[in-house]
Structure formats: C-alpha cells, structure tokens
Ligand binder design. Sequence first.
Ligand code: ASP
Length: 333
Amino acid sequence: MKEKRILLIGTGGTIASEMGGSGLKPELTSEQLLRYIPDISNICETECIQLFSLDSTNIQPSHWVHIAATIQEHYREYDGFVVSHGTDTMAYTAAALSYLIQGIPKPIVLTGAQKPIGFETTDSKMNLRDAFTVATSDMPGVMLVFNGKIIMGTRARKTRSKSFEAFSSINYPLLGMVQDGRIIRYIRPESRAVPQFYGALDPKVALLKLVPGIDCGVAEYLLERNSALIIESFGVGGLPAYEAGNYYETVKRGLDTGKTVVMTTQVENEGSDLAVYHVGNSIKQNLPILEAYDMTTEAVTAKLMWILGQTKDPAWVAELFYTPIACDILAGN
Ligand code: ASP
C-alpha cells in the first residue's frame, strides 16, 4: 500500500520551545521537531513547513487565514495535515480553521504540548505521534489531538493550564481516542468530496465577561469599536438592569447601529437558554440578539469573524450563525 503523505505545519508553542533567560520561547522548526520522533517514518511520509514561531498568545486572525491558505495551496499534495501550535489559543485556531476550511474529506490535526519536546518529561512526543496517527487515518475535518483525546475542532477548550490533560470537548462527545498508536473511534464527522476554503475574516469581534455590578460603559465602548460583541453572562443567560448597568438600552443602541450581539454563558457545560428567566427572556423577545446555546465561546468568536467577513446583513448573519458547521451547534436549538 502506498504510504500516506502528511504535511507538518509548524507555528511555535511550548512544543517547539527552549528555555532562555526570560522563560520558554518557541525556537525549534517543524523539521527539528520531527527529529525527536524518527519512528514516524514507519507510519507515513512527512514534509514540513515552518509558518511562524510564535507563542500562541501572539496568534491573530491573520495567522488563521495564513494557515488555511497554506493547507489550500498544498491540498492536493498531501493526504493529511498536522499543525503544531501553542496550547493557549489552540482551541480558537481549531475553531477558526473549521470555518475557513469546510467539509474537507482529509484530516487536519492540531496538536501541541504542555512541556517542550526537548525536556526529559514531556507530552510532546506522544501528542505528535498521535496527531500523525490521526492525520493518516480516514477521519475527516479539523480536529484537536491531545493526551490521547480526539476532539472536534469546534468543540475544544483548554481546561487545564499545566497538566497533560489540557483539553476537553465541550457539549459534544470525543470523536475518539488514540491508545498505543491505535485509534478507537466513537464518531466519524461528515465531510464532502470537495472542501470549501474561505479567506476573509472580520477580526472585530469582542468578548465581555460580566461580573456582578459591571458598568455598562464597558459594553458601550466595545460595541462602538467592533462589529460584534459576545456577552458571556451568568447561568443560562440574562442581562443585568440596575443603575450603572442598563444593558438593555446599551445593547439596543448597538443593534440599532448594525452591530451583532451574541449572548452566551460563562458556565462551561450545557450552554445557554435565554428563554428560561425573565432577565433573558425579556431581551430575547424584544431585541434581535443571537444566542450561543451549546456553542463554545471559542467557536462563537471564530464563527462571527467568518460570518462578518462575508456579510453584515443581520438576517444573513443570523441564518449563518444558527446553521450547524462542523458540529459546532446542535440543530434545532
Ligand atoms: N504559551 C504557550 C503557547 O500557547 C503554551 C503552550 O504551548 O502550551 O504558545
């Protein structure tokens, strides 16, 4: 059988970091990473591209577009793609690639590590090997592979800042596990024969996490300067209304000037349901806000950037927002 050809795209992160005088910094190229796992040649043929060497704190939407364009450029040459990436914003990149590259029948696997590949104790080698195992499989779409878990690109979140078990799948089952180099598959995501690539994002999406007593001037400021505002509210969702914070009026003004407002929750699991309480229901009934339901904030952010890169027409924005893409939102919410 012909060996599969996989492209490793290096972007930096802890996995590629070395210790310097001021802490860990990405220094290694994707080619240097591969030298740590020479046995990978037993499972596939590899080639490398180093796109950037960034701590993922410094990744911006323009980098997502660059990664997607690189995959598009090399789409025909390879059977799968591994993107090595810092863990801090990897969930955002995974979500963004899920919107920029839709329906792809080949695997795009993001991975990284909590400890650099050159350290004696490291999760880098296992994560990289597992990523290549998934990239050589017939599992389609954008996925994040970490500590044995295979997570849908739109459902990943970094839930631990230090330990190897860094990522969780939010409001959606794992796609599978990798154990001792073998994939145990639970779900096979759908794909199309031909992928659709996009190249435009509107990065002007802001996120506001509410705290009790927060002044609504913060929301006003963010709405003025952005195309969309995501409000992470409490519980199943609602907007505060007190002296310093009449959010209803602030949000209404933003919507009246053509801005998009999405309500979501700061609670990690089970999503929003604005209809339940008066504090949510009253705004849902009266204002054309959108609601995240079971989507992650990472996916909402990337989806809005993708949508607003194409249209600012509120009806279209709403239509696209509620259309499930890469299993990001349960249909019929
Ligand atoms: N700060 C690092 C990054 O996101 C953390 C990591 O990769 O684990 O690039």
